[in-house]
Design a protein around this ligand. Structure first.
Ligand code: PXG
Length: 466
């Protein structure tokens, strides 16, 4: 792939892309009219497109390239494993070395819960498949315990747990449910703990956090505790817009799941592997999950891999319970697992979670908070290396702009033009940068975001006379 701007290549790929490639979550007519951006290469925290733009990747690809781009040792691990043994399965009384080593490694990294370790791992190729696995796992668990009526899984509105039929059902995105008769039976949703959107007048974040957690208890009692199998949640909702719950939320949720004996699934597809300053996010929030979903940064996104970490409470029952009729061709793919091992080595060597926890995370929080001074910005929030802000026309009331103005998308465009990738979720702008960022990189990122906010502001004034 070329390193110089290449108009001809850009044109050719745009045409072929529009003709043949179906993109995720995309209005294809609108995309073809705008023209897709072709990303050609990347190094460190930077990506380059075929038009020669160098852009700071404030989203780590798609919340996954935690170790940054261009890490030779990850390519080397894949190359060596492909030469040695590109594929063999883990089905019929066989195994290979990388998934065994990785399962051991992940269970050792995960802090114990209730004094017991996470003992086992089930590998998949994505977060969606991992959450599908969770649906089957929790139902199997309760069946084996002689409580087959425990089928219902409670999730939350605006959650994202993936795009397969079961994972999209677990998710709480109404737009996804509308297409395809979702959710499937046995999956119900409560409201999300979004203080800025759901608070009552005068309510403190602490009081709101308790109220939001108790929606879970209300739902359990409504369904009947003996019918509830599990509660699934992202510690911090990612795709929903970086929704960071008040500090009172998780301890109360923990009390509730414990009280009714239901399983807790912590979906850490975004939040694990240093993103919030810990290897696993449940550690940060002091929660005690029975199952932990992971994907994305387990390989820093270099190759697809996901899975479920299974706590002793569940693993014991499953292992003694006979055959669990579930599995994928690529459960424990040796190349993916070899890359994951190299990635964990790298993250450990460079102490990336600790760096985020003690150094660059607090620095990002400090710099991110300065964006609240901008006339367009209502609230800023961050947690480790995820952060979000609310675009508003009125800083006091947080009143939104009319949807038709598409302010989030406008701001996203100005971010690109200012050389930084941010994601728009409605009128929230969010980032999840690579964990390798230095303080100087954070300054560069913030400068570019300010430039983009200024340009958005000027644009809105011009278009709508603000
Ligand atoms: N759980 C969570 C918490 C996720 O964030 C998945 C499961 C599904 O993982 P796979 O590997 O099947 O995609 C995710 C994925 C976005 C965006 O626009 C977020 C995700 C995926 C695609 C886009 O923010 N998260």
């Amino acid at each position: 792939m070329t390193r110089e701007p290449n108009a001809e290549l850009t044109r050719e790929l745009r045409t072929l892309d529009a003709a043949h490639l179906l993109h995720p979550f995309t209005d294809h007519a609108a995309l073809a009219a705008k023209g897709v951006r072709v990303i050609a290469r990347a190094e460190g925290i930077w990506i380059w497109d075929t038009e020669g733009h160098r852009i700071l990747d404030g989203m780590s690809g798609l919340w996954c390239v935690n170790a940054g781009y261009g890490r030779r040792e990850l390519a080397q691990a894949a190359y060596q494993q492909m030469l040695e043994l590109p594929f063999y399965n883990t089905f019929f009384q066989t195994t290979t070395e990388p998934p065994v080593r990785l399962a051991q490694r992940l269970t050792a990294l995960a802090p114990p819960v209730r004094g017991q370790p996470f003992t086992h791992v089930f590998f998949t190729s994505s977060g969606s498949e991992a959450n599908d696995t969770n649906v089957r796992l929790v139902r199997r668990y309760w069946d084996l315990l002689g409580q087959p009526q425990r089928k219902v899984i409670i999730s939350r509105c605006n959650a994202y747990h993936g795009s397969t039929v079961a994972a999209a059902s677990l998710g709480g995105m109404s737009g996804m449910h509308e297409q395809g008769d979702l959710p499937i039976p046995g999956i119900v949703h409560i409201q999300q703990p979004y203080y800025w959107g759901l608070r009552e007048p005068g309510e403190t974040p602490e009081a709101f956090g308790l109220r939001a957690a108790r929606w879970l208890e209300d739902k359990i009692l409504e369904i009947g505790p003996q019918r509830v199998a599990a509660f699934i949640a992202e510690p911090v909702q990612g795709a929903g817009g970086v929704i960071i719950p008040p500090p009172t939320y998780w301890p109360e949720v923990q009390r509730i799941v414990q009280r009714y004996g239901i399983l807790l699934i912590s979906d850490e597809v975004i939040c694990a592997f240093g993103r919030l300053g810990h290897w696993f996010a449940y550690e940060k929030f002091g929660i005690q999950p029975d199952l932990v979903t992971f994907a994305k940064a387990v390989t820093s996104g270099y190759v697809p891999l996901g899975g479920v970490l299974v706590h002793e409470r569940v693993a014991r029952v499953l292992v003694e319970g006979g055959e669990f009729t579930h599995g994928y061709t690529y459960s424990g793919h040796p190349v993916a697992c070899a890359v994951a091992l190299a990635n964990l080595d790298l993250m450990q060597r460079e102490a990336l979670p600790e760096r985020v926890r003690h150094d660059t995370g607090p620095y990002l929080a400090e710099r991110w908070a300065t964006l609240a001074d901008h006339p367009l910005v209502g609230v800023t929030e961050s947690c480790g290396f995820v952060a979000g802000l609310v675009l508003t026309r009125d800083k006091a009331t947080l009143a939104p702009f009319p949807d038709a103005w598409e302010v989030g998308l406008l701001c996203r465009q100005h971010c690109f033009d200012s050389g930084v990738v941010m994601r728009a979720v409605g009128q929230r702008m969010i980032i999840a940068p690579p964990l390798t960022m230095t303080r100087a990189d954070i300054n560069t990122m913030i400068e570019r975001i300010v430039r983009a906010l200024d340009a958005t502001w000027a644009d809105l004034q011009q278009r709508h006379g603000l």
